[in-house]
Design a protein around this ligand. Structure first.
Ligand SMILES: CC(=O)SCCNC(=O)CCNC(=O)[C@H](O)C(C)(C)COP(=O)(O)OP(=O)(O)OC[C@H]1O[C@@H](n2cnc3c(N)ncnc32)[C@H](O)[C@@H]1OP(=O)(O)O
Ligand SMILES: CC(C)C(=O)C(=O)O
Ligand SMILES: [Mg+2]
Length: 520
């Protein structure tokens, strides 16, 4: 038998309490719409008494959302509750959430109230909220550090007053999973009218235990979890919605409840919240981090290619990624390399060609963090076109100094011999080409020089294209390397090698960017 676990999203309220994460009304509406698509059960849209702006935002959200409950937070004060009710006017399913602290330290040092008065104020607040809606949630703030007997007394009283959801927050992230689970179990079994309300938890991540504590509570009878997208929230944040939802779904053997979340919307929500708040998602973040479904090491890639579940407990597509990612890098093996080439429709006719390409790939991967498809294309083109090399680059050194003409020192392998020369040029590429010409003396003229960065980032591979003409014959040459000067030298030599091949009448191909004759 499974029952429903309600997902209460507080990205727009507790998430917004994260320093620097304030949202405008329009931003809240965009996130609320995404949360509705995600099919959360409750959206806590803000704290209407906090400011006119937040009142407006909650009101706006309440009036655009149809498929889930919209909630506003309020202290246990008449004014706050009235404001929350006014902001929620128009909502299809409004919930008023009122709270007051129940721990000795909060009651004595912050509220400066006696416990009896705190219970009285909570009861009064719930009754007032019930005048506006029958969907009233009460939170015992800092329940994690409250005394059990007092908490039981408080909960019994507020349920009697009309609260339909009882939220047990670990406000300062102090609890550990086993103790928090026990607390929930004790409350549910000891409070006489506990069956009249849904027990909820709201965990903070100060010790990195928010998700673990929430799940422990679920195992002990909690049926609502309060959480946020990407774990946004006050200080170290709240329990991450995506982690809670996927843990419940993936471990159906452990949990006897289910959410009704459309998990394929998780990535959309995560990106939206990250873009709006400017809080990036760390790459290794569970579920929504860029690396959450990426494999780089050869042994893992080999395993996943043979049987996905060897290294994946969830499907990337189920949370909204297009697919898992096989990252080619220095830890990748031959099987993953071959699988990538196959996907790109690249075939080698001989095992030697494949071996040469794999060796070049490993060399490149040592210099560059990630090898993208375009890197592979460039690398393979290089491998295939370097078959009959009359001229081969062995060494290149270029010195550029302010106020001086750059000098290039080039060592080539020509007809079985190493030859070195230096030349100056108007720029570093020009100096490189002049040095090559000083050794080769081809008599060819440069028609086009083009540079593309094949991939992004400062460690991107540069792909250089050159077009040479000699006695009416025109050839193109390409070279790629993380060093643009080395790529230029390779491209120039690639063209020279072709121009010296008797049967080749090369057809010029159009390059896509930066076509120019002037070399830097
Ligand atoms: C654990 C949580 O996340 S709680 C929610 C936190 N969210 C916010 O605080 C929302 C933003 N807050 C605000 O804009 C403001 O703090 C307001 C509008 C709510 C209140 O502002 P002010 O009236 O200026 O009070 P201030 O913030 O300085 O102090 C809070 C007061 O509320 C009291 N208070 C705190 N919690 C509660 C409560 N649940 N019920 C009743 N009173 C409370 C405090 O004891 C203090 O009272 P005092 O002024 O008599 O000492
Ligand atoms: C208002 C309550 C639910 C809260 O955010 C907390 O205690 O952390
Ligand atoms: Mg909180």
């Amino acid at each position: 038998m499974t029952d429903k676990l309600f997902i209460f999203d507080t990205t727009l309220r507790d998430g917004e309490q994260s320093p620097g994460a304030s949202m405008t009304k329009d931003e809240k509406i965009r996130i609320a719409r995404a949360l509705e698509k995600l099919r959360v059960d409750v959206i806590e849209a803000g704290f209407p008494a906090a400011s006119p702006g937040d009142f407006e935002a909650v009101h706006a959200v309440a009036n655009v959302i149809n498929d889930c409950s919209v909630c506003g937070l309020s202290r246990a004060l008449d004014h706050d509750i009235d404001q929350a009710a006014a902001a929620l006017k128009g909502a299809v399913s409004p919930r008023i959430h009122t709270f007051i602290a129940t721990s000795p330290i909060h009651m004595e040092m912050k509220l400066r109230m006696q416990p009896d008065s705190v219970v009285e104020q909570a009861v009064r607040a719930v009754k007032r909220a019930r005048q506006y809606t029958d969907n009233v949630e009460f939170s015992a703030e800092d329940a994690g550090r409250s005394e059990l007997d007092f908490l039981c007394r408080m909960i019994e009283a507020v349920i009697k007053a009309g609260a339909t959801t009882i939220n047990i927050p670990d406000t300062v992230g102090y609890k550990v999973p086993e103790r928090f689970g026990n607390l929930i179990h004790n409350l549910i079994t000891r409070v006489p009218n506990a069956d009249k309300a849904i027990f909820s938890v709201h965990c903070h991540n100060d010790l990195g235990l928010a998700v673990a504590n929430s799940l422990s509570a679920v195992l002990n009878g909690a049926r609502q979890v309060e959480c946020t997208i990407n774990g946004l929230g006050e200080r170290a944040g709240n329990a991450a919605l995506e982690e809670i939802v996927m843990a419940i779904r993936t471990r159906g053997d452990v949990f006897t409840c289910q959410t009704t979340i459309d998990t394929t919307q998780i990535i959309n929500c995560s990106r939206l919240v990250s873009n709006i708040t400017g809080f990036p998602v760390q790459p290794n973040k569970a579920i929504v981090g860029a690396n959450a479904f990426a494999h780089e090491s050869g042994i893992h890639q080999d395993g996943v290619l043979k049987h996905r579940q060897t290294y994946e407990i969830m499907r990337a597509e189920d949370v909204g990624w297009t697919a898992n990612r096989m990252v080619l890098g220095k830890h990748s093996g031959r099987n993953a390399f071959k699988a990538h080439l196959k996907r790109l429709n690249i075939e080698f006719t001989t095992e030697e060609e494949l071996n040469a390409a794999f060796a070049r790939f490993k060399e490149l991967a040592d210099k560059k963090h990630e090898i993208y498809d375009d890197d592979l294309q460039a690398l393979v083109t290089d491998t295939l076109s370097s078959e009959h090399e009359t001229y081969k680059l062995l060494y290149l050194r270029v010195i550029s100094e302010t106020g001086e003409l750059p000098t290039a020192q080039v060592t080539l392998f020509i007809g079985g011999e190493e030859k070195t020369v230096s030349a100056k040029g108007s720029g570093p590429v020009d100096a490189t080409f002049k040095a090559i010409e000083a050794l080769v003396n081809s008599g060819a003229s440069l028609l086009v020089y083009s540079v593309n960065n094949v991939t992004d980032g400062t460690d991107a591979q540069g792909e250089v294209g050159v077009r040479l003409e000699k006695e009416g014959r025109i050839v193109n040459g390409q070279g790629s390397d993380t060093d643009i000067l080395v790529a230029s030298a390779k491209a120039y030599l690639n063209a020279l090698n072709k121009i010296l091949t008797p049967l080749s009448r090369q057809h010029p191909q159009q390059h896509n960017t930066n076509l120019c004759k002037n070399v830097p």
